[in-house]
Design a protein around this ligand. Sequence first.
Ligand code: SAH
Ligand code: SF4
Ligand code: F3S
Length: 438
Amino acid sequence: MLSKRLYIETFGCQMNVSDSERIVTMLADLGYRPTSTPSDADMILLNTCSVRGGAEEKVYRRLANLRVFKKRNKHLLVGVGGCVAQQEGEELLKRLPWLDLVFGTHNLHLLPEMVAAAEGGERRCETDFIDNDQRLDLFPVTKTTSRLSSFVTVMQGCNNFCSYCIVPYVRGREISRRSDDIVNEIRVLTNAGVREVVLLGQNVNSYGLNTPNEPGFAELIGKIAEIQDLHRIRFSTSHPKDMSDELINCFREIPKLCGQIQLPAQSGSNRILQAMNRGYTRETYLEKIRKLKAARPGIAITGDMIVGFPGETEEDFEQTLSLLEEVRYIDLFSFVYSARPGTAAAEMADEVEREEKQRRLERLQHLQKNITMEIQSEYLGSVQSVLVEGEGKRSGQISGKADNGRTVNFAGDKKLIGSFVEVRITNVFQNSLLGEIA
Ligand code: SAH
Ligand code: SF4
Ligand code: F3S
């Protein structure tokens, strides 16, 4: 079979990264090999994200840039998938007469036949949501991998409808995958050399809540931990309201569960949390943080925060700043609020002015930078167990992650890739640690 080349650009969250991996695997069966440049591609796909404002325009701009390749090679196929594709649908094909295909977030499985149709000159758009009972068999399955760490999707979609968020609209309702399928997939992965899995979902910790015959998330982690050749388990992202005591207890009882958690608060003000429809208060959030720290001393906590939600006053914002000090996140993803079409918050009055939002973001990020450096400094002199995943940025260095999720670079032989190495930390930076073999 003559080999063709696929260039795929991925935006947004890990769910999209994982979907893109699946697309690459599926299209390999049609003879497409991945390439890292659009210029020599036979097919270009954009896997898009629409979580924040300007996402649609960004996709249209990127497509306009990519059109030169289409002009140069009339056999080139160009397609758009992911969350902007889900949101815009047919509109994309209408606005761009040269675009070949559009596929939504529930339609990845149709891609092979869509590509075959596109090769025959047909322009298809598939963005229908699929019913949950049929979706169970359509979960992305990672068959082989050359990596040590792999994503494994355990649930998809979201039922929470936080008032600012477009994800429930573009990803559809929550669905939990069968636990047997998950465990079997991880067995296959560990046989292929995987030593760490990152369990993925829009709200992983609501896994199993709507499937009475399946275990809950804590029990699922217990089952996964029994897989012998698997050494590390991480998960992302969790919703604070579904952070059960059973799950917190896993950090106490399951050593394979790494000491790291992403638990987005979004705001430190109860008034704003309520307007966001988050389903918890500052106090209940902090209580869960306290329990997590007790269950796994030194646990590295990361979070997401939004500034400038409609009606957010200076006082509300101060509450967010003080939450940072109380939780002491090792890292924080912070965003300026942007109104998304169709969401409840988009209808709310009292939009915060743009300059003010920006000013708040900068204050927040400045504070976080200091906290991050303070926590990183606490690792100085400590010995971390690092799963070496590849070469470091500097020559002679190798690199991997500590149990807490931080990247550690150190001088060492490439032969150590794939093994666990005890590393003493000698220097710390904002995003990584430097060390030497202990
Ligand atoms: N399911 C995850 C979040 C997915 S979206 C969770 O609930 O934690 C990733 C992050 O984008 C969110 O945590 C939020 O901080 C941010 N975000 C979502 N919608 C946004 C909006 N309209 N404006 C700004 N930031 C937003
Ligand atoms: Fe969006 Fe909220 Fe669902 Fe997260 S929990 S994906 S922020 S609606
Ligand atoms: Fe973006 Fe879709 Fe993920 S909107 S954040 S790619 S679920």
